[in-house]
Ligand binder design. Structure first.
Ligand SMILES: CC(C)(COP(=O)(O)OP(=O)(O)OC[C@H]1O[C@@H](n2cnc3c(N)ncnc32)[C@H](O)[C@@H]1OP(=O)(O)O)[C@@H](O)C(=O)NCCC(=O)NCCS
Length: 219
């Protein structure tokens, strides 16, 4: 892995399905569980078909021809779309997830999307907190072991998100060397009070053996 080279964030192209499946195989059981809330060894075919069938509704982060991150904003009815993101373990905490989401939000208005929902595990309060910084009115609800953020996008959400994607010089020279886009800071970043979650805690699998013991219940 070379994190000194700039990486590309782009919509999907033919051939990405295999690259996405390979990325999923490189993800740890914990990351896979966190993404699907189930210990799926493979991404569900229905999900892969949904992302490949609507390339503008997804973004990948690519490094040396390999997909290292995937974000999808899958539109349902009445302008509501579901957000899902996964970044393979070796690339996490370099800002890639943030940029994948910003890029999807930038394109949401043109797709008629007005509301974004995202469901994360109760242990991922930091992600619910990150969702609250998106350009919209955010409602957080918790149900069992999960937290759902619902963001009603502001009318200027797309320009806001586009602005956050503009690479800055400091981003290109950042010490992490990750995507130039990845460390550019959103304009007018929102300051928010910390979010708290007091629901039941889930036990994440940390090994494939544990996943096998739990059985496989893919959505
Ligand atoms: C969630 C995920 C996509 C984030 O991607 P990433 O590239 O690591 O995220 P970023 O580096 O852009 O960080 C996004 C924000 O979350 C915070 N964050 C990310 N992982 C964190 C962790 N483990 N603990 C605390 N904060 C964390 C970051 O600090 C950042 O917030 P900040 O802007 O205040 O610094 C990635 O960790 C992942 O793939 N996890 C497994 C799948 C999953 O849980 N998906 C979410 C449910 S759909």
């Amino acid at each position: 892995m070379d994190i000194t080279e700039p990486k590309a964030i782009r919509p999907l192209i033919p051939g990405d399905r295999a690259r996405i499946e390979e990325m999923w195989e490189r993800c740890s059981p914990t990351s896979r569980y966190s993404r699907l809330h189930s210990p799926c060894p493979a991404l569900p075919a229905s999900y892969l078909e949904a992302v490949m069938g609507n390339p503008s509704g997804s973004r990948v982060c690519v490094d040396a021809g390999r997909v290292v991150g995937l974000g999808s904003l899958i539109a349902g009815s009445e302008g509501v779309a579901d957000l899902g993101v996964v970044v393979e373990d070796a690339w996490q905490r370099h800002g890639i997830g943030t940029v994948l989401v910003a890029s999807l939000v930038a394109g949401a208005g043109a797709r008629g999307i007005t509301v974004i929902t995202a469901t994360v595990l109760g242990s991922q309060v930091h992600l619910a907190q990150a969702m609250r910084r998106l350009p919209g009115d955010c409602t957080i609800t918790s149900s069992g072991p999960t937290i759902t953020a619902m963001i009603r996008l502001w009318s200027n959400a797309s320009p806001w998100a586009e602005a956050s994607l503009r690479p800055s010089v400091s981003a290109v020279r950042s010490s992490t060397g990750s995507c130039p886009e990845a460390r550019s800071s959103p304009s007018g970043r929102r300051r928010l009070a910390p979010l708290e979650y007091s629901g039941p805690a889930e036990r994440l699998p940390t090994s494939d053996a544990q996943v096998q013991r739990q059985g496989v219940h893919c959505p």
